[in-house]
Ligand binder design. Structure first.
Ligand code: UD1
Length: 335
């Protein structure tokens, strides 16, 4: 059985479906601090399966111990964690406490229970300000905010743990920019309050909840001056986790993989693609740069292709269509 911490969240919920489709039994642990029980109900509707769910904070040692005592867990995908960059600058201790504590609690409990497969949700944010693109796994790391540092620190903790314990298999997955939603339109990204990220912002403009998009800067060193990112469909990303579990079962030690498409799109490329595929208009104005943003960030996805036998397949049109399909049918997310 695969334990998904934070399995009710955006990436966790999509991964849950792909794991079930690949024949795995799953168990979700989530405290719903940034997700909704309704997401799990919909997972059951989509998969036609009862999905075991425990409402716990995975930093709670006793609760996690009980979970491992009561279930035959053989792999953990650790999604649970705080993820808002701006908030992490404001409340760094909250971020360090929560993100590091949850990872340590899970890892220590796994060691006590002889569970050896750990898949970690890392982020391309660990590359900091890239010296060049595309980014490959051996490139220098360095962060610009506490959220990013928690990812980098947990990567280091896991690397050290795998070095010390030869039975451990750790796969670090560095996500690029996940967007899109399951094709059913029943699950998707449901951010609290005004979205920080581009796609949820665009879909909320499209649905009329926000008046217009602010494009953060048009003087970057890119083809049209707006920031370039590697957007990846969340279903492709979810499949990357299935591949990572297979890899962990076959290989000991710690390995890191980029999960991206290898193609960069600018903010205006995304706006245009979204408008075209959904036949909508997205009003926007150019604003100041957002502090901490970089010109370009996209993956070299070769290592994941060769070693995980995984490749992103969906197009930018699929991503824009599926994001809108989710938002237009769920104007207030899961509420
Ligand atoms: C952000 C985080 C990153 C995190 C990732 C998770 C920051 C600085 N970085 O990445 O650490 O891992 O989300 O999904 O927050 N944009 C606009 N207008 C908007 C929103 C975004 O123009 O209203 C632009 C940004 O300037 C950027 C691009 O859209 O060029 C993507 O932004 P976003 O979706 O926030 O992702 P990242 O900043 O790449």
């Amino acid at each position: 059985m695969v334990l998904l911490t934070g399995g009710a969240g955006y990436i966790g919920s999509h991964t849950c479906i792909e794991l079930i489709n690949s024949g795995y039994d799953v168990l979700i642990a989530d405290d719903f601090s940034n997700s909704k029980p309704e997401a799990v109900r919909r997972l059951e509707e989509i998969t036609g399966r009862k999905i075991p769910l425990v409402n716990i904070d995975v930093a709670d040692k006793e609760a996690v111990e009980k979970l491992f005592n009561e279930n035959e867990i053989d792999a953990v995908v650790h999604f649970a964690g705080y993820k808002a960059v701006g908030e992490s600058v404001q409340f760094p201790l909250k971020y360090y406490r929560n993100n590091i504590d949850t990872a340590l609690t899970i890892l220590e409990t796994m060691e006590r229970h002889d569970v050896h497969n750990f898949i970690f949700s890392s982020s391309a944010t660990v590359y900091g300000i890239p010296e060049s693109v595309p980014l490959h796994e051996e490139m220098k790391t360095g962060c610009t905010n506490p959220y990013g540092f928690t990812k980098l620190m947990i990567e280091q903790i896991l690397r050290d743990a795998a070095f010390a314990n030869p039975k451990l298999s750790v796969v670090l997955l560095r996500y690029f920019n996940p967007i899109g939603a399951h094709e059913s339109g029943r699950i998707g990204e449901d951010p609290n309050g005004i979205p920080n990220n581009l796609l949820p912002f665009i879909t909320q403009v499209a649905v009329g909840k926000l008046p217009e998009l602010g494009v953060f800067g048009n003087d970057y060193n890119t083809h049209d001056g707006t920031g370039v990112r590697d957007y990846i469909h969340v279903v492709d990303l979810a499949k990357g986790h299935v591949a990572a579990i297979g890899y962990a079962k076959e290989n000991k030690g710690c390995e890191v993989f980029n999960l991206g498409t290898g193609t960069g799109y600018s903010v205006l490329d995304i706006v245009k693609a979204f408008e075209k595929v959904n036949n909508l208009k997205i009003p926007y104005t150019i604003k100041e740069r957002r502090p901490g943003d970089i010109d370009e960030c996209y993956a070299d996805p070769k290592k994941a292709r060769e070693k995980l036998h995984w490749t992103a397949e969906k197009t930018i049109e699929d991503m824009c269509r599926d994001s809108w399909n989710w938002q237009s049918h769920n104007q207030n997310g899961y509420e």
